[in-house]
Design a binder for this molecule. Sequence first.
Ligand SMILES: NC(=O)c1ccc[n+]([C@@H]2O[C@H](COP(=O)([O-])OP(=O)(O)OC[C@H]3O[C@@H](n4cnc5c(N)ncnc54)[C@H](O)[C@@H]3O)[C@@H](O)[C@H]2O)c1
Length: 432
Amino acid sequence: MRNISVIGTGYVGLVTGTCFADLGNQVVCLDIDETKIEILNSGGIPIYEPGLEETVRRNVKAGRLSFTTSYAEGLKDGEFVFIAVGTPEGVDGEADLRYVRMAAQSVAQVLDHPLIIVNKSTVPVGTGDWVADIISKHKTTDVEFAVVSNPEFLREGSAISDFLNPDRVVLGSLNREAAERVAQLYLSLRAPIMITDLRTAEMIKYASNAFLANRISFINEIANVCEALGADVKEVAVGMGYDKRIGRAHLDAGVGYGGSCFPKDVKALAHMAAIHGRHPQLIRTVMEINRHQRRLVIQKLRALLGGLQDKTIGLLGLSFKPNTDDMREAPAVEIAHLLMNEGALVKGYDPVAMGVAVRALPEIKLAEDPYDLAEGCDAVVIVTDWNEFKHLDMVRLKTLMRQPVIVDGRNIYEPEPMKALGFTYRGMGRGY
Ligand SMILES: NC(=O)c1ccc[n+]([C@@H]2O[C@H](COP(=O)([O-])OP(=O)(O)OC[C@H]3O[C@@H](n4cnc5c(N)ncnc54)[C@H](O)[C@@H]3O)[C@@H](O)[C@H]2O)c1
């Protein structure tokens, strides 16, 4: 059992703290957002993540997990403090490090015993050294500390299982002993643990996300060629995926990647490269293809409906991917704005993100369910591949629509059966 403090109780911090508590450690999660901490202290969960509510409740009940807004209280007994605050996109595409700076300063102010500071936020290469400088400058006592980088690879929607069954644990530090002590926290997961220097660990995270985004943009480019040449990208991806050197993951053509990680991390990597005099052409093209995929949806709708002015378009799925309520950089947000710019009326429905959608897309009309969404629509766009959208009563849906037009931005239906039902159906790269 170890004493662990986690700073930032968002998607990463809350999952990290809860899972470490579940592994038998004593964990305090800390956030400056008083509302979040109030919700957690009164037995609620501020985000949607499958399995999280039950795991939080179990560990709070066992006395292993607690929540606070006070740094003094949160770090009182901590041997390890994980920083898991947000690193959103800055004005020029760089990672905005203001929350990391605030967290490091606050740690320094209450630092009164030796501590290992573990950076879990995705941060530009060199941030670990910068955090160490901030702590050294602001600490008021002469205690020792070490900084370890421990990038997080979990995916929203399967965050608990990803945390507990990681493909690898990456630890970077100039202080090998500190990294080895952090490694002890993960030993029971039986995952490969890799210890590197600080900067290499920070780069592994960016390179991994950029590579995955690259696969998505690659298959989207292939999809667009398929569409022109009459091939079916879904089968192309399956055929490619059988090759062990390639694999099947992240080869789903569609409206492109979104969310709180890929868009900002790919951009931040390009920014890091550019300010150091490099020309990240491949990464820039990955971003350009991704932007194009959302515009492609608008082009398809415009062509099918003969313009978008006063047309009603329903967006099926608003979260950036299934099993999360996160709408940061969700394709639905950009698609909705592009549609409204062309004079369309936009409706939306999502199984769990409706509360978030009220704030993220206040201009659109929210529907009760997929059928309420379809009512009066000139077209429905499938934006998120939620399981519950895969077996809709399409006959009923069609009778509710003003025009039976479907743009399937996730290729969850098959063109032929949809045509047989009387729909004008367009997938992404399906060939006709
Ligand atoms: N969300 C993911 O799937 C994911 C996966 C891997 C890595 N990451 C990275 O992890 C980091 C956190 O991401 P997230 O999605 O959990 O963010 P989030 O926005 O959900 O949560 C961040 C939390 O930090 C809190 N915070 C901000 N400043 C603080 C401070 N000074 N002291 C205490 N709390 C503070 C905020 O109030 C918020 O609750 C980011 O760097 C992100 O890139 C995210």
